[in-house]
Unconditional design. Structure first.
Length: 104
């Protein structure tokens, strides 16, 4: 596993426990597990779309402009949905941009 032996893993575990504390480790693990699960869900959502597009769009069809959201935009949307402070900040930013565009 990445060239790490049991001694190195134990040292890393002790350092992590000292830094974060034993009470916060389950929360950190839960957060990491949720993030990994979310990335897998996004990957599953993208896989069928790409395979169906490749099957329907042969070489005769010109490549489409990027109408579908990218992986980065999907992840960003999930983060915005889950964190209320970011959602409010993005709403304020959008309102400011609309006002700026109206003033031009």
């Amino acid at each position: 596993m990445f060239g790490l032996g049991p001694t190195e893993l134990i040292i890393i575990a002790v350092i992590v426990i000292l830094i974060f504390g034993a009470k916060r480790l389950p929360d950190i693990g839960k957060g990491l597990g949720g993030a990994i699960k979310e990335f897998k869900n996004v990957k599953k959502e993208l896989s069928p779309e790409k395979s169906s597009e490749e099957g329907s769009a042969k070489e005769t069809d010109p490549p489409k402009a990027e109408k579908e959201p990218t992986l980065e935009s999907k992840v960003a949307d999930k983060v915005i949905e889950q964190v209320p402070g970011i959602k409010q900040a993005m709403d304020v930013k959008k309102k400011a941009e609309t006002v700026k565009n109206l003033l031009k």
